[in-house]
Ligand binder design. Structure first.
Ligand code: NAI
Ligand code: MG
Length: 354
């Protein structure tokens, strides 16, 4: 079957790295005989907002839901539109309306990329953060009380539902089964005394269905410390929305640069399209100079092909990334080199092989 991909470059370096991501995805598709069709959209960008006063057209849901996947760059340009407007008006709508309840973020030390905090070899850091992506701490329930008075009080509730917690934890158990058989849960039940004990309870309840998986849990504060000091302890890490957000930037940071990190926003039921993007944002500080690292976007393309049922093509892209980095002569400035986004992207696409 032909896979239909919606391509949304967004803002800033999103527009520079998306073409490089597509270059590798198309090359892998060609080599592995995968049929792809893509259509590009200019919404979910600050340019679109300046022309239309909204981030998305009214019919975005109907337009995008017919695609098999969304290949997304980055959105946001804080000098023009506040981030809560651009992000809530686009990406967060996609995640919620398409019920992309899993945010999957592989963390892996790539060859030839020095780990910033300790001398480590690639095998030492290889884990996946599974972040709950639709509820938890990121709720719209709350408000300002006694607004504007000296008793001004602000409340924002955390929402956890049985369905919401169970489905993310179950996804993480299944992933642990396919990987190293080890699941770590991020908690804070000593301080957050209602929702986090519930989270722990559901992890323990679901663990009974997976007797072969080793389960452990850490409070988020010490877990963050362990990410830095003992990244080799982890295989699959499951976390609520906020904790997962923090861990999934910290993890890639421990592997040298967030420029290489990918992310999948996944609707595991397949009812709606899943969205694949780099972890990083639009990087206004380097946008327009052609020096962004394209690897996060290229690796996101690999996650997309894996999700569409092509694990060999996905693995071939990651292998090409590793081969080019290992060669050592082609690096973007964030990796200490002088290569351009396009040079690195082209070299990786050319290195893809069966
Ligand atoms: P950012 O990820 O855009 O940049 C953080 C730092 O990392 C910058 O110094 C940047 O130059 C560097 N960097 C990021 N990606 C890189 C790459 N591929 N190669 C080399 N260096 C790279 O985060 P920031 O500055 O906090 O946000 C900028 C804008 O992006 C904001 O509007 C923010 O809301 C948005 N954003 C959007 C995301 C998305 O679309 N999923 C995710 C994160 C931020
Ligand atoms: Mg984040």
């Amino acid at each position: 079957a032909v896979h239909r991909i919606a391509v949304i470059p967004g803002d800033g370096i999103g527009r520079e790295v998306v073409p490089e991501g597509l270059r590798s995805v198309r090359r892998a598709a060609e080599i592995f005989g995968i049929e792809l069709e893509s259509e590009q959209f200019d919404f979910a960008s600050v340019d679109y907002w300046q022309q239309h006063g909204t981030m998305l057209p009214d019919d975005w849901f109907e337009v995008l839901r017919g695609f098999d996947a969304i290949f997304f760059g980055a959105v946001g340009w804080p000098a023009v539109v506040p981030d809560h407007v651009s992000l809530w008006g686009s990406l967060i709508q996609f995640r919620r309306r398409f019920d992309q309840y899993v945010n999957l973020r592989p963390v892996r030390l790539l060859p030839g990329v020095p780990a910033p905090l300790a001398d480590r070899a690639p095998g030492d850091i290889d884990f996946v953060v599974v972040r709950e992506n639709t509820e938890g701490e990121y709720s719209s329930i709350g408000g300002r009380i006694f607004d504007g008075t000296d008793r001004e009080t602000v409340v924002q509730e955390t929402v956890m539902t049985r369905t919401g917690v169970d489905r993310i934890v179950d996804f993480a158990f299944q992933l642990a089964q396919r990987r190293g058989g080890h699941l770590t849960s991020a908690t804070k039940s000593n301080g957050i005394s209602i929702t986090m004990p519930y989270w722990d309870e559901r992890v323990a309840a679901l663990a009974e269905n997976y007797p072969d998986i080793t389960v452990d849990k850490f409070h988020i504060d010490i877990l963050a410390a362990h990410f830095v000091l003992h990244p080799d302890w982890f295989d699959v890490v499951v976390a609520s929305n906020l904790f997962g957000d923090i861990l999934s930037d910290l993890g890639p940071a421990c592997t040298g640069t967030i420029g290489v990190a990918p992310s999948g926003n996944i609707n595991p039921t397949g009812e709606f399209p899943s969205l694949f993007e780099p972890v990083h944002g639009s990087a206004p500080d380097i946008a327009g100079r052609g020096i962004a690292n394209p690897i996060g976007q290229i690796w996101a393309g690999s996650l997309m092909l894996d999700h569409l049922g092509h694990p060999e093509a996905a693995a071939a892209i990651v292998a090409a990334v590793e081969r080019v980095l290992d060669r050592g002569d082609l690096r973007t400035p964030d990796l200490g080199g002088t290569a351009s986004c396009e040079e690195l992207g082209t070299a990786i696409a050319e290195a893809i092989a069966k």
